[in-house]
Design a protein around this ligand. Sequence first.
Ligand code: DAT
Ligand code: MG
Length: 174
Amino acid sequence: MTDKNVQQALVLIKPDGLKKSLTGNILTKLSEAKLCIVGARVLHVSEELAKEHYKQLSDKPFFGELVKYIRGGIHGEPYDRVMALVYQGENAIDKLRKIAGSTNPEEADPVSIRGAYGRITTKGVYENVVHCSSDPAEAEREIKLWFTPDEIAADIYPTKKIVLDKVEQTVWEK
Ligand code: DAT
Ligand code: MG
């Protein structure tokens, strides 16, 4: 019996995807991969998180604009946020990246998400609507940046319990 190559992948619906009201279309497109969503959250992206997420690209000339874009600095309020999702399933990364399309939206398959909905700005920013992890090691690194174990509805990576003392936490008032 051959083991199934079960993988996880982080998908981000970037601020342009939210502003263009594409969330539903994107989720429908991604559902063609027949994978399982095991995590989902909407959040503002801190500068620290953006830089860490894209750290392999920190020496690129477009790094500053890339960080600004993912933080919503181009699209503004109330779209200065992203929807982060974790997908799980057999060959998840290849399946999702195929549906997402090539990095450059002008070169992407026109029926892919990036091909259909992406654009390149006059400043040269690839507004390509979605992020998708590129390999299992990157997926693990990224998922651990964007999610805590409690936010994932599956056992995807080993965890441990720790006891915290005097940790400030925001809770509902009533
Ligand atoms: P991908 O997002 O397809 O994995 P990547 O990891 O190489 O591609 O780059 C991350 C993001 O950086 C990409 O989604 C858009 C941006 N980017 C990459 N190459 C670029 C370029 N030559 N000009 C402008 N933005 C670029
Ligand atoms: Mg990448």
